[in-house]
Design a protein around this ligand. Structure first.
Ligand code: NAD
Length: 769
């Protein structure tokens, strides 16, 4: 089997530099080469400055070495994989690969990141051995964040190489791998751009503004926040134009070629250099007005930027209450209003087109759905969307002429769907996992393995003696339901299972405690109620730590406040690479009181050598909580001290629970025993308290923190130094939990804390009052 331990990336432009960054994220060193050493260095520096960050941690940057082709190519013999991401020109790529062939070691994999040149043509002229090891690996921009990698073999590529590359992209890089046929622009760009072109047609009618189109083609219809035009500004209109021209040039069907012809508006924008964010303007333009930055929108008729117009589309407002995305799309699509008309004119044709071309460009409808989910961040792929609306309904609304064969098959036998569903007509028919060891929680639920259920959480049997606590409320905010299920999970696992995993399939593990509930109680002055809530939460987190079976917590996405506290109490943590984890309670005027403050202190103090000055260790916990530090990735959570060296990272989100389960079973095999309660956590007493308070005082005097921050800071310092103890001492966990609860309750009574909570609930942002 081919192991990829070191890589050469050819071309340090947009894609090459970011591919090198993502390799570094996976711990793989790379040599990043361009025409000159300076160009490579500049490409790397540009990547370092990009937002969002292509690197998981600042340390990861060290794994990238830069150089020029002249000096660098002779060194590529050390690389197991050589990936090319230079300018999109066949002759230039071919010439470079000729040099690569001279220097690569036998057996090394070679690939191109081309978005549209036939892979077979790029490999022409090379030796048989080269061609056996050569294929397309098409990453999407930005490579860290967009999950798709299309893998395109040629007839000469050794299937073992395709398999090795797919495995590496999936497990090591965490990508969603889709095998594509060597057709123009492969799968996702081909289908995606067809949709974009139909939106341009709609824009040209003058019936819809840019803002209206983005409102319809965003999260309302299962598309990313950046919807259509902002996505294009981010990707670059020049890139879009390039892909469209390539399709026009290479597609064989005349009507299809016409369908990809660039509209005059885009031609003009590209001519003017208004290609999107990198040029400072595209369909939108950010300007400074009265000292504030404002985003203006383009008026396509006059090519002038104007203030954004408020979108008023009643059906979009109404559809907000429809939770399930498929049902929402169906309702909007069939609506008799402007939104329905827009979707029937734009989404309908792309569904028909996908049904027609999928057999030529992909190996299955599943792959087409995955490509669009992972490459364009669609919540539902084209065939999932067909099924959500109903095949017959789409056809009646949009299908003139003969339906494509795939559609005819879907209608055969009165099925009205591409995929069989659970009970005709009910529930979403989703693309299955691409391998049986992916999405194991979902498969368990489909096999009816739910042991217990309430509105906020469930217990699910993952098989092999592992039970899972799954949160499933909105943003997985933790309320009484979820807390009760954590407690029940520990009890059930101890009685009937070998191990417990806490994890879910949500985008976010948990956005934190249910603040709405807390605010209501605080405003009513129900201190006893709040006291009980905090006690229950502390009981649940401590229960995880002292369970009779090993507990592995598997966070992903936002894992904030209470979500982070749950994580801190796992025997082990298996964290997804894209996890934003932190104790952010201070932002809402509180301190972590679900055992988070106690746990951070205990962890930091565990690093302190006997007899050492405790201050630097306490200080670290103080700053992490006080600044509400949030990790920018899974590995970053280890760097911040939220996780331990014994915790693991999973690159591929769909494998997270598989890995968490395996880790839990490893712990069983290792002979897990419940840890003894910590009865002697060293605290610094008055000296440490005075030092921390001084820090708070100085920050306040320098104007860096508000009055309220100062108050919270002093409460935090109080807990972390052990409360009213006159000198250094050792305390129990319960002692610290009591201090946490006391501080939390008193902060709940502060008007400014209530103001902060209210603000965050309303805006999703934090208020620094
Ligand atoms: P880019 O223009 O940002 O970078 C291209 C790099 O090629 C530059 O660093 C440049 O110095 C180098 N280069 C230019 N002329 C060269 C020559 N004669 N010989 C060798 N190197 C030369 O381009 P990019 O957007 O990073 O695209 C690189 C490849 O990836 C292209 O094949 C493109 O189609 C593909 N791609 C791009 C995107 C995207 O969104 N930008 C997405 C997927 C795939």
């Amino acid at each position: 089997m081919t192991h990829i331990r070191s890589v050469t990336v050819l071309g340090a432009g947009t894609m090459g530099a970011q591919i090198a960054a993502h390799l570094a994220n996976a711990g793989i060193p790379s040599l990043l080469l361009d025409l000159t050493p300076e160009m490579a260095r500049e490409g790397f520096e540009r990547a370092v400055k990009l937002k969002p960050d292509p690197f998981f941690t600042p340390e990861a940057r060290r794994l990238v070495t830069t150089g020029g082709f002249d000096d660098g190519l002779p060194r590529i013999g050390a690389s197991d994989w050589i990936v090319e991401a230079i300018v999109e020109r066949l002759d230039v790529k071919q010439a470079l690969f000729e040099k690569v062939e001279r220097h690569r070691k036998p057996g090394s994999i070679v690939s191109s990141n081309t978005s549209g040149i036939p892979i077979g043509a790029i490999g022409e002229g090379r030796s048989a051995d080269f061609r056996r090891h050569f294929l397309g690996t098409h990453f999407f921009n930005p490579p860290r964040y967009l999950r798709l990698v299309e893998i395109i073999p040629t007839p000469d590529t050794d299937p073992a190489i395709v398999e090795a590359m797919g495995r590496f992209a999936d497990r090591t890089l965490g990508k969603g791998v889709v095998g594509a046929k060597d057709t123009p622009n492969f799968i996702a760009n081909h289908i995606g751009l067809y949709g974009v072109m139909r939106v341009f047609d709609a824009l040209a009618t003058g019936l819809y503004s840019i803002e209206e189109i983005d409102a319809i083609s965003g999260p309302s219809t299962g598309r990313p926040n950046s919807a259509t035009f902002r996505t294009m500004d981010i990707a670059g209109l020049d890139v879009l134009a390039h892909v469209a021209r390539n399709l026009v040039e290479r597609l064989s069907d005349e009507a299809d070629r016409k369908a990809f012809a660039l509209p005059p508006l885009v031609e003009e924008l590209v001519k003017r250099g208004w290609v999107g964010e990198k040029a400072g303007q595209g369909f939108y333009k950010k300007v400074q007005q009265d000292g504030k930055s404002v985003i203006l929108a383009l008026d396509p008729a006059t090519l002038e930027y104007r203030a954004q117009q408020k979108v008023q589309l009643g059906s979009l407002e109404a559809a907000r209450s429809i939770e399930e995305v498929g049902e929402r799309i169906r309702t909007l699509f069939l609506g008799k209003d402007k939104v329905g008309e827009f979707l029937r004119a734009t989404l309908g044709p792309v569904l028909l087109y996908a049904a027609r071309v999928t057999p030529e460009i992909a190996h299955s409808i599943d792959d087409a759905d995955r490509a669009m989910r992972w490459g364009f961040a669609w919540e539902l792929g084209p065939f999932e969307t067909w099924d959500a609306i109903g095949v017959r309904e789409v056809l009646d609304a949009c299908g003139a002429g003969d339906p494509p064969p795939l559609v005819r098959e879907a209608l055969a036998g009165g099925r009205n769907a591409f995929r069989p569903g659970r009970g005709e007509g009910k529930g979403l028919r989703l693309v299955p996992p691409s391998a049986p060891d992916l999405q194991i929680l979902r498969s368990a639920k489909e096999r009816s393995k739910v042991v217990r259920h309430n509105a906020g959480a469930s217990l699910v049997d993952l098989g092999d003696g592992v039970l899972c606590v799954e949160f499933h409320s909105k943003m997985n905010a933790l309320g009484g339901d979820a807390i009760e299920m954590l407690r029940a999970g520990v009890e059930e696992a101890a009685a009937n299972f070998q191990a417990l995993v806490v994890g879910n399939d949500g985008v976010h593990f948990s956005a934190g405690a249910n603040l709405m509930l807390l605010l209501l109680e605080a405003q009513e002055g129900n201190w006893d109620e709040i006291d009980l809530m905090v006690r229950a939460f502390q009981g649940a987190t401590v229960g995880l730590r002292y369970a009779d079976v090993p507990v592995v917590v598997a966070p992903a996405g936002m894992t904030l406040g209470g979500g982070c506290e749950v994580t801190l109490h796992g025997d082990r943590v298996q964290i997804a690479a894209e996890t934003y984890l932190g104790l952010v309670e201070v932002g809402v005027g509180l301190i972590p009181a679900g055992g988070g403050t106690k746990e951070m202190l205990a962890r930091m103090m565990a690093h302190a050598p006997k007899g050492a000055d405790p201050l630097p260790f306490v200080q670290r916990a103080f700053e992490t909580i006080g600044f509400g530090k949030v990790s920018m990735s899974g590995p970053d959570a280890i760097r911040l001290g939220y996780l331990r060296e014994t915790d693991g990272v999973t690159m591929n989100r769909e494998r997270l629970l598989t890995d968490a389960k395996a880790r839990a079973l490893d712990r069983v095999r290792e002979g897990y025993t419940r840890p003894a309660p910590r009865t002697a956590i060293p605290v610094g007493g008055e000296t440490v308290l005075a030092a921390l308070k001084l820090g708070v005082h100085l920050a306040h005097r320098a104007g860096r923190i508000s009055d309220h921050d100062k108050l919270i800071g002093r409460k935090l310092a109080w807990i972390l130094s052990g409360g009213s103890l006159p000198h250094a001492a050792e305390v129990s966990e319960q002692y610290l939990l009591d201090l946490e609860r006391e501080a939390f309750l008193s902060l709940c009574g502060e008007p400014k804390t209530q103001e902060r909570i209210g603000y965050t609930l309303k805006t999703g942002k934090t208020l620094r009052n």
